[in-house]
Write a protein that binds this ligand. Structure first.
Ligand SMILES: *Cc1c(COP(=O)(O)O)cnc(C)c1O
Length: 407
């Protein structure tokens, strides 16, 4: 759950001016050789992100919106837009403002079940937001009051799910239990021009059947409510690969969702999805520099208070690559982050050539999701740069050794 805390990134990622310095084509290796960065350098892969967005949009049988919290970097949002994304799932006033300022024509959905009154007011009155998620009578009343009892609202009821098999459980915090969801659907029907049910199976959900179970539960709730419903929103949670995890392909999730939706037989209902991680994880990496080596511990310039939060206690393993040619065989390393907190350690293991030394650069992949957005200013280590690159995601890069996936 720590993945979803919001901690303001004090220094925004600073776009590096590489026009003079770095050679074309813009590769990670070329840019690092030219800039020799001593601060973490985020490497965006806009073409990769656009292609991934296009793939998801084509595969999902309904409306897809991007969950902005996963990576709100303007360069990332622009790449998603270029890939065809037109709907955005926002959770705060700042996310709504950002998306609207970049894309006047975007459709913004306010998908947080507990909102500041001013956020509801501004989203509706200033930013053209019409769809709001609620999971209680009190929040429904708030939305009605702050929109002046608007007559053009979409109200989506967030349904609580039993704890499932996702790596990041999201069942504990939001969502109405089925009986309460039934009551909410009935209460909201007369207030909304569009009524829906949403859920979230949890992030990095490895089990396609989790979506089918949730769809079946949502269909039961809809039937019991006995009112017309227009939207069934299957949320986010679609997984990506990490070095020790090879999830079922996206097509398996789509097939399961399609079958369950068909079996639920809900005429007049359209599907929505809110993917975050699956769209952007492969779309950014971070280049670290080694500042000291003590045995198997590499002291690097980013850590759990920076973009590597999930490599700490959540224990995600990330693909890594040394930016230097060597014949040394790979051995396991742990990373120590730059802050003075002894918790700022990432156990990995990170497989890197045995001769890694001070001054080396290491690229850490799959950090497009829940990486840069979780940075803090703790201990003054909040500065990081950003560049666009044409490289493939690290897990697809020749030379990156994909360790055997444990059965
Ligand atoms: C975080 C979140 C998402 C995105 O989840 P991923 O696991 O990144 O796909 C979608 N919807 C809601 C309501 C969320 O809180």
């Amino acid at each position: 759950m720590t993945e979803f805390r919001f901690r303001g990134a004090v220094a925004p990622l600073r776009r590096q001016d590489i026009t003079a310095a770095a050679p074309l084509p813009r590769t990670v290796d070329g840019i690092v050789a030219a800039l020799r960065p001593e601060e973490p350098m985020h490497c965006l892969r806009p073409a990769q992100v656009a292609a991934t967005a296009g793939t998801f949009l084509a595969a999902f049988p309904g409306t897809t919106m991007y969950a902005v919290k996963c990576n709100p970097e303007p360069g990332m949002l622009r790449a998603l837009w270029d890939g065809g994304m037109r709907h955005f799932d926002c959770a705060s006033a700042a996310e709504v403002r950002l998306v609207r300022s970049m894309f006047p024509d975007a459709v913004i959905h306010f998908m947080h079940p507990v909102k500041a009154r001013s956020a509801i007011r501004d989203a509706y009155a200033q930013h053209g937001v019409r769809d709001f998620v609620v999971d209680s009578e009190a929040e429904l009343a708030k939305v009605m009051a702050e929109t002046g009892t608007a007559s053009d609202l979409g109200i989506i009821i967030r349904l609580a799910l039993p704890k499932g098999g996702a790596m990041m459980d999201l069942s504990g915090k939001f969502g109405a239990e089925p009986a309460a969801a039934v009551a909410l659907l009935r209460a909201a029907r007369g207030l909304a021009v569009k009524l829906g049910v949403s859920f979230h199976v949890g992030s990095q959900c490895l089990e396609p059947a989790a979506y089918a179970r949730a769809i079946t539960l949502a269909a039961q709730v809809i039937r019991e409510a006995g009112v017309p419903v227009e939207v069934l929103d299957v949320g986010g949670g679609f997984p990506v690969a990490y070095p020790d995890i090879l999830p079922p392909p996206l097509s398996a999730f789509m097939a399961e969702i399609g079958d369950a939706f068909e079996a639920a037989a809900l005429p007049g209902v359209q599907l929505w999805a809110e993917p975050g991680r699956a769209l952007v994880a492969g779309g950014a990496s971070v280049v670290l520099q080694v500042q000291a080596r003590r045995g198997g511990e590499l002291f690097v310039n980013d850590g759990i208070y920076g973009a590597l939060s999930d490599a700490g206690v959540p224990g995600f393993r990330f693909p890594v690559r040394l930016l230097r040619q060597t014949d040394a065989a790979p051995v396991p390393f742990a990373f120590q982050g730059p802050t003075c907190d002894s918790a700022d350690r990432m156990a990995g293991p990170f497989l890197l050539p045995g001769d890694v030394q001070e001054g080396d650069w290491i690229e850490v992949g799959q950090l497009g999701a829940y990486g840069g957005c979780l940075r803090t200013a703790f201990n003054g280590f909040d500065r990081a740069g950003m560049v666009d690159v044409i490289d493939a995601p690290l897990l697809d890069t020749p030379g990156y050794f994909m360790p055997a996936v444990a059965a």
